[in-house]
Design a protein around this ligand. Structure first.
Ligand SMILES: Cc1cc2nc3c(=O)[nH]c(=O)nc-3n(C[C@H](O)[C@H](O)[C@H](O)COP(=O)(O)OP(=O)(O)OC[C@H]3O[C@@H](n4cnc5c(N)ncnc54)[C@H](O)[C@@H]3O)c2cc1C
Length: 474
């Protein structure tokens, strides 16, 4: 350990049991936790780890360390919290370059004050002049279009490594659509830059994109260049209750059939309404289907979507509606995001499954979830990103008993066959380490598994980065 102390100093090398326990990965406790402050220090640490075959797992905000299979071994955790500088904000080019340990909320704050590029009101014929330079909209600022409710803890490196997304991926896309470039330390210790500041920045293989969602298996992301967008002027959400799935789906399809650009369209199934404390007075029997449709953007566009979507809800037979404006909208989606992702306090111990499937098959998937698939009156809540082909569900937690493990494994198996039958797959996003050993953590193996194994072998020949955590036990 002395070699590491020589690189980062003794204050940033922790081997005490308490610290090592708090950085355990799926119950596996590291021998040391290291906090490098420079990219070059990360490189030196990894070179030693590679030479001495020490396995390494990167750690950002630690909010998603449960994703992936249980590691096959763990020597070092490398924490990125000291890699916390915002390196360059270029509002003119709508880009920001930031170190991996910066938390999303801090970054959003940093760019919110940045004036975005001028916007010339249409009525000025697009010609710039003293009078018409960005009049009302000049001081709006920018934001990074990443939808992560845990932004007060989640780091940019963790978000990109976990390919984190929320309901607003519908409009803003995934981290893959936001990342323009990365600078990372490869498993050999080399510092490698991929992509860059320009939107079109790769000739050859798009290696930058390959790092997104790699979950710390291909090296440590140290710096990233991200796309910025002007902050929306207004935002709003309609939440509408429907007697059944058919009516809710008719409303959803009607929205997508219109030239509207909602930023999120979510179907809440099962106990999701109760979990979100959404109380509908007309709610007779157990539960109803709610749809939350959100929109953000220029004042006029938001006003038009507000009016049109309300009309579509009435046509589709909505029982009740509620409208959330600006701050209410932001508050709702922050709590919605946490709950949907399974990170609200009372969801500890729950099992979270993430299903993905062709967009058009959401009805089949939601109908199956509502078909009494889970027995024993188990608590089931589902959150469907309509328009993105993604549903997250939360199953009742594990009590550690063999019967319970078998029951959850049986339910997951049934759901996996169901979702594969419609051309999809599933991932276990949250489960205790013991239960995980009974579950298909990465769903059904994919055809490109061989190619992924070649890439992993080529980039991490010693297999020291996050061994055993990834698809196919890589
Ligand atoms: C309240 C709440 C709500 C959430 N909502 C969502 C949601 O809606 N959608 C969603 O997908 N997730 C959600 N999450 C999960 C989580 O916030 C995100 O996945 C987040 O992106 C993880 O960031 P992190 O810094 O905490 O990463 P960590 O948990 O520290 O790491 C995540 C993974 O990335 C790897 N990693 C971390 N940093 C690096 C790096 N620099 N280089 C390489 N690998 C690295 C780690 O080894 C680990 O495998 C939520 C979490 C909470 C607490």
């Amino acid at each position: 350990m002395q070699k590491f102390e020589d690189i980062i100093g003794k204050d940033f090398l922790r081997t005490d049991p308490e610290t090592c326990h708090s950085y355990a990965v799926d119950g596996m406790i590291p021998r040391a936790v290291l906090f490098p402050g420079q990219v070059e220090e990360v490189s030196e640490i990894v070179k030693i780890a590679c030479r001495e075959h020490l396995s390494v797992v990167p750690w950002g905000g630690g909010t998603q360390m449960g994703k992936g299979a249980v590691p096959s071994r763990l020597d070092l955790v490398i924490g990125t919290e000291r890699l916390n500088r915002v390196i360059d904000i270029d509002a003119g080019n709508l880009t920001v370059t930031v170190q991996a340990g910066v938390r999303l909320f801090d970054l959003q704050e940093a760019v919110a004050g940045e004036e975005n590029r001028c916007y010339i009101p249409v009525e000025a014929g697009g010609e710039e002049s003293d009078e018409s330079v960005c009049s009302l909209r000049e001081h709006r600022g920018c934001f990074v279009p990443l939808d992560v409710p845990a932004g007060n803890r989640a780091t940019i490196g963790g978000i990109i490594a976990a390919n984190t997304s929320g309901p607003r991926r519908l409009l803003y896309g995934l981290p893959r659509d936001v990342v323009l470039g990365v600078r990372h330390v490869a498993p050999t210790g080399e510092i490698i830059g991929m992509g860059g500041k320009t939107v079109k920045n790769v000739a050859g293989y798009d290696l930058c994109k390959m790092m997104i969602g790699s979950l710390g298996t291909l090296g440590i992301l140290c710096e990233m260049t991200l796309r910025l967008l002007p902050l929306p002027e207004r935002s709003g959400t309609w939440i509408c209750a429907f007697p059944g799935l058919q009516e809710a789906a008719a409303f959803v399809d009607a929205i997508f059939a219109r030239p509207l650009v909602p930023c999120a369209v979510e179907i809440l199934g099962g106990e999701a309404c109760d979990d979100l404390a959404l109380k509908w007075t007309g709610q007779g029997e157990k539960g109803c289907f709610s749809v939350a449709a959100a929109f953000e953007g220029a004042e006029e566009a938001v006003a038009r979507m507000k009016a049109e979507i309300e009309g579509l809800a009435s046509e589709a037979g909505s029982l009740e509606k509620m409208y959330l404006d600006d701050d209410e909208h932001r508050r709702f989606w922050s709590s919605y995001g946490s709950r949907a992702a399974g990170f609200s306090g009372d969801q500890d111990g729950m099992v979270t499954l993430k299903l993905n499937y062709p967009i058009s098959r959401y009805r089949d998937v939601v109908a199956f979830l509502e078909s009494g698939w889970v027995t024993d009156n188990a608590h089931l809540a589902s959150y469907t990103h309509a328009g993105s082909g993604v549903t997250r569900i939360h199953l009742p937690g594990e009590d550690g008993t063999k019967e319970n493990f078998e029951k959850i494994a049986r339910w997951t198996g049934e759901l996996l066959s169901q979702v594969c039958a419609v051309g999809g797959n599933l991932v276990v996003e949250h489960a205790g380490p013991e239960l995980k050993k009974h579950l298909p953590v990465w769903g059904r193996p994919r055809d490109d598994m061989k190619m992924m194994q070649w890439i992993k072998k080529a980039m991490d020949p010693e297999g020291i980065f996050s061994p055993g955590r990834f698809i196919g036990g890589m």
